[in-house]
Design a protein around this ligand. Structure first.
Ligand SMILES: [Zn+2]
Length: 168
């Protein structure tokens, strides 16, 4: 099975928050480019399926309910095809063309949960809608990026402490 962690994160991070509103990057232009980069066709149906699994996995990462059904609907169309080689058995996803990428994303999410439980996280900045895969040994990563959200939140905490000590 190819490693689709990168695809999973790329798809999860296609709805960034910009000036308080979520902007859609899985659209005909940017979404199609992302899909083709990962072996997809960029068709409207493919993008629709990708948005569906993205929204469902985002809900699950946040612990919101009701997201499993749409993932099940995608995976209902999928089978795993074994190919025996001299090295062993390789399993490939077999799905309708427009569903392959959505199925790969769903499968990657599942693999990450199994291999790195709790490590797929939403950025701790509530004004950010990006996700991270925490590869730190203690599992303490909180920000999509130290350079943006990490520094911004630290500066905010620092300002709050400074205000509190000025008042006391
Ligand atoms: Zn962030």
């Amino acid at each position: 099975m190819v490693d689709d962690e990168e695809l999973l994160l790329a798809v999860l991070n296609t709805a960034p928050m910009h000036e308080g509103a979520v902007s859609e990057h899985l659209d005909a232009a940017q979404g199609a480019a992302l899909a083709r980069q990962h072996g997809g066709t960029g068709s409207d149906e493919e993008l629709l399926q990708l948005r569906t699994v993205r929204d469902a996995i985002q809900d699950l990462v946040h612990g919101r309910e009701g997201a499993v059904d749409s993932l099940q609907a995608v995976m209902d169309e999928v089978s795993m095809r074994p190919t025996v080689t001299a090295q062993g058995v390789r399993w490939d996803l077999d799905a309708p063309d427009d569903l392959v990428l959505a199925a790969r994303v769903t499968h990657a999410w599942s693999e990450v949960n199994e291999r790195m439980p709790g490590r797929l996280k939403a950025c701790a900045n509530e004004e950010c809608n990006l996700y991270l895969l925490d590869r730190t040994r203690p599992g303490t990563a909180k920000w999509c990026s130290m350079a943006t959200c990490g520094n911004r939140m630290k500066a905010r905490a620092h300002a709050a402490r400074a205000r509190a000590s000025a008042q006391s």
